[in-house]
Design a protein around this ligand. Structure first.
Ligand SMILES: NC(=O)c1ccc[n+]([C@@H]2O[C@H](COP(=O)([O-])OP(=O)(O)OC[C@H]3O[C@@H](n4cnc5c(N)ncnc54)[C@H](OP(=O)(O)O)[C@@H]3O)[C@@H](O)[C@H]2O)c1
Length: 348
């Protein structure tokens, strides 16, 4: 049974990792780190874990060797600590953005600074199982994907793979995200009077997750033009990505269905959602809270070659900790769904 530890376990993504790993039948959770809460009970920061664990936070300096290390540090911090962290564990699953992009030139372009360890970039496998399952099974270094990037990529990937997208036109992606996506650190933007009830455009252009879409949706050397905008909404959890993609040919919906079915019919966490009637006709994040599902749906615009693709997930689950555990399961030979079977709640 592998020993696992979580670095950055007092944060939102780290807390979700701790919750999942405590319930995982194949692992022993050894250590959880926090600098500000070192020495305190994990439950003092994550009250949902009362009576589930007697673990206390350790400082990252006191991290002992383990088999697998989940790293949930802010970007920039993970980059600086990675060389040291690698000495503590055989397998690393990093949730930060620091090792997601393969081209070092993308870091100054999208993150505004050079990469401290560009030599490591080629060693990490991008952690979306639906795209890179085989490589993940064989890699000791896994870089979990961005939450909004995962949502949009999973909606669009089958279409790019099938070669039906008119790549001369940009794909326009509008991603709506709840407040937990920006982590547990307080800021004026997350202060309750400023954030509560607000539907706020916070990155109409230049969002960093654009780089992940460009990287992962490039097929056969054809680089997509990605026009990505991000909006915050009043929910705590959840992302809905609405993508407008233009098709090469005026394919009817009955020819689009088989493309999505072929891509996702055997995927344990992908569901195609498109109902003829009722309230829940398209993917929506609310019913996915706490689950590892990613729901994808679409609608063909009858007046143009536009296809509207809708994808939804819980940013802390399939967008972060859930997907990280899914990749861990693949890497360590567990059933992919182990510890991730929760269906979500309705109503919620
Ligand atoms: N939130 C999401 O929806 C989401 C989704 C996908 C990926 N991610 C990624 O996951 C990572 C964590 O995100 P989060 O939302 O959980 O952030 P967060 O709530 O702000 O948590 C950050 C964690 O990092 C620790 N930390 C910060 N600076 C540190 C330092 N210098 N040395 C050691 N530990 C330090 C904090 O510990 P202290 O207790 O000491 O402050 C805390 O445990 C980020 O890279 C983020 O991009 C987040």
């Amino acid at each position: 049974m592998p020993d696992v530890s979580v670095v950055g376990g007092s944060g939102y993504a780290g807390g979700e990792l701790v919750r999942l790993l405590l319930d995982h039948p194949g692992v022993t959770l050894k250590q959880v780190t926090s600098e500000r809460s070192a020495g305190k009970f994990v439950r003092s920061v994550h009250p949902n874990l009362r009576k589930r664990t007697e673990l206390k936070f350790s400082s990252v300096d006191r991290l002992e060797p383990c088999d697998v290390l989940f790293v949930a540090l802010p970007h920039g911090v993970a980059m600086r600590k990675m060389a040291e962290l690698r000495r503590r564990a055989g397998v690393i699953v990093d949730l930060s953005a620091d090792f997601r992009l393969r081209d070092p030139a993308d870091y100054p372009k999208w993150y505004g600074h050079d990469h401290d360890h560009p030599e490591l970039l080629g060693e990490f496998v991008y952690g979306i199982p639906e795209l890179h399952r085989q490589e993940l099974a064989e890699s000791d270094l896994i870089s979990s994907a961005g939450c909004m990037a995962t949502t949009a990529i999973l909606g669009l990937y089958p279409l790019y793979q099938a070669g039906v997208v008119d790549t001369r036109q940009p794909v326009v992606v509008e991603a709506k995200t709840g407040s937990s996506g920006s982590g547990g650190g307080p800021s004026l933007g997350s202060h309750h009077p400023e954030r509560a009830g607000a539907m706020r455009s916070f990155k109409p252009t230049g969002h960093r997750h654009s780089a992940e879409l460009i990287q992962e949706l490039t097929v056969g050397g054809e680089v997509p033009a990605v026009a990505f905008s991000a909006t915050s909404t009043p929910e705590v959890r959840g992302i809905l990505a609405t993508s407008h993609v233009f098709l090469k040919e005026p394919l009817p919906e009955k020819e689009i269905w088989p493309i999505f079915r072929a891509a996702y019919k055997d995927e344990p966490f992908m569901r195609l959602v498109k109902e003829a009637g009722g309230v829940h006709r398209y993917p929506e994040p609310k019913i996915l809270s706490g689950s590892n599902w990613c729901d994808v749906g679409f609608e063909r615009d009858p007046n143009s070659n536009r296809l509207v693709v809708l994808a939804a997930l819980d940013n802390l689950m399939k967008g972060a900790a859930g997907q990280a555990v899914q990749t861990f399961n693949i890497r360590c030979g567990f059933e992919e769904t182990t510890g991730l079977e929760f269906a979500g709640l309705h109503p919620i």
